[in-house]
Ligand binder design. Structure first.
Ligand code: SF4
Length: 411
């Protein structure tokens, strides 16, 4: 075996690998097989191709399990480094205790209290126990703050200070010196960010209580570039390829026209490139025809996703001549509005009185519709294509509705 010096594993990003190895190490110890004479360590075989390090291209990385590598909260020091084995023992220990107490509960009045109450994290959004935990947790604040979520440590610190429910969080006075003196040492590992994070969570809690999605954080008219011909555009992708470039063309007072550039055939790199080029050619042609009549064109999209895909597919400079034509509406929204759960198009457009025709409008679901749309089951494929086109058309109509709203009736 050859060792490559001067290289080290990225510890913080690989905590899951470390914990897995720590788990195996403790299992070896439990059955008397852990080598006593060597430090606790294990290796991970990488999937990168690194022929500079070994002709085979394959390398493995040793992970030290009893070296303090991971910064964790420490009541005494604010932050302390712990080993992978210490992290593992803590995580395993608390789960063992939770399970032991839960297993001992029989429904009798003198049952021990559960060791933990649900605290909602990003993981919960995909958890099959979500509804159950929601029922158990009641009005807990962590169930309602889905954007700018606080960490478990922060929620626990609040709980210890009597702030657990949504309404308690909404009513919290973060300027209160007594509160701050008690709270800040508990989240010292976050430094100055701790209070900013909490202030934002309190603001969001208030919005949830009042049923608000957006809160204006600027005043006066919102300056948005305008043109005589305005185009909203939005892409749909699946399996890493863009198969639909949808555009809504609004030419003066005429009814807007939806123009999709789409492929339902197999898309390899070259086919995806041709489709994107077809869209860009169509757009340039529209701009040229308007220009020949002395009229201006602007093209609006919501997030950098559209332009970054255009550059990915056609090259960084492919649409450089149109840089002043494209307008990203998302940064405008972020500048002027504070959002209770993000500035996503689906969250924001309803505030501007826009509703999708589809009952389940979702970019993720549209990727499943796409699989149906390219299947050979013709009636189902045709229905899926119609659904995708209607969904994409509504996406661009939503962008147009936000644009109109920002100009004329900013909430
Ligand atoms: S929803 Fe799932 S992940 Fe979240 S607290 Fe409940 S069991 Fe844990």
């Amino acid at each position: 075996m050859r060792e490559a010096t001067g290289l080290a594993p990225l510890a913080a990003e690989r905590i899951d690998d470390y914990l897995q190895l720590a788990h195996y190490w403790r299992m070896l110890e439990a059955c008397g097989r852990a080598p006593a004479e060597t430090p606790a360590r294990g290796f991970i075989i990488g999937s990168d191709d690194l022929p500079d390090l070994d002709p085979s291209g394959h390398v493995l990385v040793w992970y030290d399990l009893d070296t303090p590598l991971f910064a964790t909260f420490s009541r005494r020091q604010g932050k302390a480094k712990r080993t992978a084995l210490e992290r593992y023992d803590f995580e395993f220990g608390i789960r063992h205790e939770i399970a032991t107490v839960a297993a001992s509960r029989t429904g009798a009045a003198d049952d021990p209290d559960p060791v933990v109450q649900p605290i909602f994290t990003d993981e919960c959004d995909y958890c099959p126990w979500y509804d159950y935990c929601l029922g158990v947790a009641g009005d807990t604040a962590s169930a309602h703050i889905k954007s700018g979520r606080l960490s478990i440590r922060e929620w626990r610190a609040l709980d210890q200070l009597g702030v657990s429910t949504l309404h308690e969080l909404a009513a919290l006075d973060t300027t209160d010196a007594t509160f701050r003196d008690a709270y800040m040492p508990e989240v010292a590992h976050l430094g100055a960010r701790a209070m900013d994070r909490l202030v934002a969570a309190v603001r969001r809690a208030g919005m949830v209580v009042r049923g608000e999605v957006l809160e204006r954080q600027t005043e006066g008219p919102i300056d948005l570039p305008a043109a005589e011909v305005e185009v909203d555009f939005d892409i749909e992708d699946a399996e890493g390829r863009v198969y639909l470039w949808g555009a809504l063309v609004r030419d003066g007072g005429a009814d807007p026209v939806y123009v999709p550039t789409v492929s339902w055939g197999p898309l390899d790199e070259e086919a995806e490139r041709r489709l994107a080029q077809r869209f860009l050619d169509w757009l340039r042609d529209l701009i040229a025809r308007a220009g020949s009549q002395g009229r201006t064109v602007r093209v609006y999209h919501y997030s950098a996703h559209e332009i970054s895909n255009l550059k990915r597919i056609l090259g960084p400079g492919a649409s450089g001549d149109l840089d002043g034509v494209f307008v990203d509406l998302l940064p405008v929204m972020q500048q002027h509005y504070f959002a209770v759960s993000g500035h996503g198009l689906k969250k924001v457009a309803p505030v501007f009185d826009f509703q999708w025709r589809d009952e389940e409008p979702s970019g993720l679901l549209s990727q499943l519709w796409y699989l149906e749309a390219i299947s050979e089951d013709e009636p189902a494929a045709s229905a899926a294509r119609t659904r995708i086109l209607a969904y994409n058309e509504d996406d661009v109509r939503a962008t147009a509705a936000i644009r109109d709203g920002l100009r004329h009736q900013a909430p």
